[in-house]
Ligand binder design. Sequence first.
Ligand code: C2O
Length: 349
Amino acid sequence: AARAIVTDQRCVRGKFPPDALPPLQCCSPASASEPVNFTFPDPAEPLRTRRPVHAVGAEYMAKYARAVVLMKALPRSDPRSFYQQANVHCAYCTGSHRQAGRPDMGVQIHFSWLFFPFHRAYLYFFERIAAKLLGEPGFALPVWTWDVPEGMGIPEVFADEASPLYDPIREPSHAPPKVADLDYILGGGGEKNLTDEQQILHNFRVMYKQMISGATLPSLFLGQPYRDGDPEMPGAGTVEWIPHNTMHLWTGDNSRPNAENMGVYYSAGRDPIFYPHHTNIDRLWESWRGIVGGRRRADFADPDCLDSSFLLYDEEARLVRITVRDVLDIDKLRYAYAGVGLPWLNARP
Ligand code: C2O
């Protein structure tokens, strides 16, 4: 029998860690009408090309900053506001949305095969909302490419206190020019104290292991099956653990109880760097599928995965039901990645 996880409109207060910073309720405003099923954008739409933060230039980053300002200027009751967009991530990580037919169970999109598809769908709408507010149909989110040396640290523009992309709730000792530590573990002497050159080489080896040698099967890379009725968080894929989770922790403020904002799921979406962090995760999913010799590097074909669905608001503030099946082909979603290589491809330890 089919056992896909179907997100229900019903949403309740989710599970927050102790000492969480408000708001502690993150359900989107209820939709007056039933959700509409996702439809692909017009193939004639301009292709949105997502490029690295370090390569797009100041003018382009100013557009992203302006999009954040415009989203923050929307009333909090608007599902497209920055406040509500950050809450979307919070809702899906605190198990706030109920599973269809299971009022006792929440939908959790981390630590399972839902991780990559959910975040792709979420960014897809976030990007379209930004483009619409900017009045630029081709606007694409920038990518924080922490796996290549030029992007291996908080990009300067996010650390500029005068920029709308700045978030004061970050780890001050990791401000630029600090080189990122891709397998940073909080506590127990998290800092490795390597030279920049050593850290970059270490990071390449981490990438090689997570993307290549350790990620030969869909379940290893994408995460473990998570079906209707299953306990949540059955197991994360390689990249979700490291560098995804670790870069969240590396960015968040270590002196806060939960390493807010980036270091904990419920608040991560409040930092404007979250979205360029996740475009990089999404780009790595695309890269993994394309890695040479990767015959078995294909997405899951299991209908329980493909029929899983999420509810998200689009740029017209319409509630949309989108499935995993809908997000497997980025060309059909009318976006692409460019301007960045895979320098760790041969970093076999
Ligand atoms: Cu939903 Cu980077 O976490």
